[in-house]
Design a protein around this ligand. Structure first.
Ligand code: NAP
Ligand code: GLV
Ligand code: GLV
Length: 322
């Protein structure tokens, strides 16, 4: 019998792929850092039973419809807004993501963004490197405290909970808003639920960790930023389009919030001319939430196990729908 064909849309380390070659015919896109061109993805999808995709690949209805033998799309990310899940359901294609394995790594980075923005770390590093360091002075690069301040987390899922744990270690007062109440988490961590407007208006730090969906697109708009404290710092580690970036920029310029820490943008990558980069009070990172070697390897392994499980009839480990 012919081995099922799997196409991987990026060049991944061969040592992680090797063991799967016994059971599967596996081909990878040739580049480690450049996304597969659409035409190549289309041609490969038509031949494949399984795809291992990156968040930079658009898996839309057209692609799914044309791929007659396709049975599973394994996304190497926990977010799967790049995949048309409804179309996948319609054509009986399983979709998997990589939950859990990246939770702590992404929470570490999210909390790092908060600390970095609050304590003006990027400005301080630039100041030293730029040879500007003069005598010590009382308010030189004075930022905002993190400890004992109020943190509002929007999206109390896996990563939201892991961020809450970190914040409690800093003696923060942690509240959250979520589509559904998480009473177990409230009890376990001793944190509170607050309605959206109450949380937004009273938090010193607001962290966004909801998935990008039709309901969350531009959830953070000019109204939300206006309602925040002038001293608030906003952190986004979910997906760029959850924030109206133009509105964020206007709010920062008008002093409606104090600063921002961003790992994600409406259109990635951003260029060095992006207006948010010109602002001292904004920390911009290139979507590196889950970027530790250990976690990226775990994400690859989980994606491969999902493909293996589904294609061999044992079931995928982490399907996004059942
Ligand atoms: P998760 O466990 O599914 O958590 C998402 C939470 O958001 C859930 O609690 C969900 O509530 C809530 N939610 C969904 N829609 C909502 C809405 N309309 N209003 C309010 N709350 C809503 O996911 P996760 O593993 O924590 O990951 C969260 C997101 O982080 C991912 O989707 C991804 O986009 C992003 N992410 C980014 C990076 C990065 O590199 N920056 C890395 C990993 C993940 P319910 O319980 O009611 O469904
Ligand atoms: C990364 O952004 C992910 O969703 O895993
Ligand atoms: C997925 O699309 C969700 O709403 O969590």
């Amino acid at each position: 019998m012919e081995k099922p064909y799997i196409f991987i849309t990026r060049k991944l380390p061969e040592n992680l792929i090797e063991e799967f070659r016994e059971q599967f015919d596996i081909k990878m896109w040739e580049s480690e850092d450049q996304p597969v061109p659409r035409k190549v993805l289309e041609d490969e999808a038509v031949k494949a039973q399984g795809l291992l995709t990156m968040l930079t690949d658009q898996v839309d209805e057209e692609l799914i419809n044309s791929a007659e033998d396709l049975r599973i799309v394994a996304n190497m990310a926990v977010g799967y807004d790049n995949i048309d899940v409804e179309a996948a359901k319609k054509y009986n294609v399983t979709v998997t993501n990589t939950p859990e394995v990246l939770t702590d790594t992404t929470a570490d980075l999210t909390f790092t963004l908060l600390l970095t923005a609050a304590r003006r770390i990027v400005e301080a590093v630039d100041y030293v490197k730029g040879g500007e360091w003069g005598p010590w002075s009382p308010f030189l690069l004075a930022g905002s405290d993190v400890h004992h301040k109020k943190l509002g987390i929007i999206g109390m899922g896996r990563i939201g909970e892991a961020v809450a744990k970190r914040a409690l270690g800093f003696d923060m007062d942690v509240v959250y808003y979520n589509r559904s109440r998480k009473e177990e988490v409230e009890k376990k961590l001793n944190i509170r639920y607050e309605e959206w407007s109450e949380l937004i208006a009273s938090s010193d730090y607001v962290i966004c960790l909801v998935p990008l969906t039709d309901q969350t697109k531009h959830l953070f708009n000019n109204q939300a930023f206006k309602e925040m404290k002038d001293s608030a710092i906003f952190v986004n580690a979910s997906r760029g389009p959850v924030v109206n970036e133009q509105h964020l920029l206007e709010a920062l310029r008008a002093g409606e919030i104090r600063g921002a820490g961003l790992d994600v943008f409406e259109e990635e990558p951003i260029s060095s001319a992006h207006p948010l980069l010109a602002m001292d009070n904004v920390v911009c990172l290139p979507h590196i939430g889950s970027a530790s070697t250990e976690t990226r390897e775990a994400m690859i392994e989980l994606s491969l196990k999902n493909l293996e499980g589904h294609l061999l009839g044992n079931g995928a480990l982490t399907p996004v729908y059942s």
